[in-house]
Design a protein around this ligand. Structure first.
Ligand SMILES: [Zn+2]
Length: 381
């Protein structure tokens, strides 16, 4: 922890600009106490970890969340404290919110509203996150969670990446304004924010994303949000999407050779088409596509097969037909329904004849869709 009380009850905050020697001198003549449990604290001044307070022995001062705090967490918390202080906002470090018995890393007052800031370095159970959010919600506070930048993107300078986002990471994706949802991450070691935005689901937990970095000294209040992807970035997102689609279609044949029962292959067989020859209108990132864990080409082909089997066209489908189809898939049915409906909209808009798999074998629907989605998103503002 970075806060303590002195013998006379004064609250002290360890900021970055206190030098180590004067801190060592200070602790000779001062005793420090936990603002929480009032036990005496040790002021640790070392060369590796930034100066911090610690309880003398293991304690049941549980609301402090402080013991076992990693050096990275301490460093990040301290840098974020400096950031808000620099913008002359009222900011409290590790304040204890009595009513909900929670201690956010920071509590910033922005235009009369208190905003808890949580810098989350370790992976904790999602229920803990929900519990803390529920606590803040009881106080009418909307927290900002910033997670530690995943190792995989820390040293990357690429603007467009294909990455896996764990369920834990995905739970911190937030919409800060009406723009693209954002995963806000921070790396104290390089003092950089890494933004993950403009996500396009590929399959499972893999996404093609835009990745933008911002040095803490350039960060604004409220936090900056990433601009729309450039034309070149949209091309690159398209390339990542097409690469993943092709890779899946090439590999799916192998599933059969391994004797795995596969609905996708069976549907291809029944429609007399090789997976790799699927027309360009099957496997497109229509709105809501992330509701399916499967790659788009898989659920979209199965949907086409189901419509053909019922001898219908995209013009004749109602929600009940689509709901029946969705039953076979894991996931959130209401969101999957939206994905199916937007795929139907796309087929109607492009006047696709689903009984002609030899049409539009090439064509760049993916690029059109992504450009439309991301540019429209930003034009609204
Ligand atoms: Zn304590």
């Amino acid at each position: 922890m970075l806060t303590a009380r002195t013998a006379v009850g004064e609250l002290v905050v360890l900021t970055m600009n206190k030098d180590l020697d004067s801190l060592r001198e200070w602790r000779k003549n001062e005793t420090f106490f936990c603002p929480q449990c009032n036990q005496q604290l040790l002021l640790k001044v070392g060369d590796v970890v930034i100066p911090h307070f610690a309880h003398y022995q293991h304690t049941n001062c549980r609301e402090s969340f402080a013991e076992g705090e990693s050096p990275t967490h301490l460093l990040g918390k301290s840098q974020l404290f400096e950031l808000f202080s620099r913008h002359t906002l009222e900011v409290k470090l590790e304040p204890f919110l009595k009513d909900v018995r929670q201690r956010p890393d920071l509590l910033v007052t922005w235009r009369g509203t208190e905003v808890p800031i949580e810098f989350q370095c370790s992976v904790i159970p999602l229920t803990d996150v929900q519990q803390r959010n529920a606590g803040y919600s009881m106080l009418n506070m909307l927290p900002i969670w910033i997670i530690l930048t995943p190792q995989t993107i820390r040293s990357s300078s690429a603007t467009i990446l294909s990455i896996r986002l764990s369920q834990f990471q995905q739970s911190f994706i937030r919409q800060f304004d009406h723009r693209s949802p954002i995963l806000l991450t921070y790396n104290p070691l390089s003092k950089q924010f890494h933004y993950i935005s403009h996500m396009v689901h590929l399959k499972g937990s893999t996404y093609a994303v835009q990745h933008v970095t911002l040095h803490v000294d350039e960060q604004t209040i409220p936090f900056a949000t990433p601009a729309a992807p450039s034309v070149a970035d949209i091309h690159e997102l398209t390339r990542h999407y097409q690469f993943a689609r092709r890779k899946y279609l090439q590999s799916v044949i192998g599933y059969n050779q391994r004797g795995i029962h596969n609905r996708f292959l069976r549907a291809c067989y029944e429609m007399r088409i090789q997976p790799i020859q699927l027309p360009a209108w099957i496997g497109v990132p229509t709105r809501g596509q992330e509701a399916f864990k499967q790659p788009d080409c898989e659920w979209q082909l199965l949907l086409i097969a189901a419509i053909r089997e019922a001898r219908k066209t995209p013009y004749q489908l109602d929600a009940s037909f689509l709901r029946m189809f969705i039953k076979e898939f894991d996931g959130e049915p209401d969101e999957q329904l939206i994905a199916c409906q937007s795929f139907m909209d796309f087929l109607r808009q492009e006047r696709i004849d689903i009984y002609r798999l030899d049409t539009f074998t090439s064509g760049n629907f993916v690029h059109e869709i992504l450009a439309g989605r991301f540019l429209a998103m930003h034009a609204k503002n």
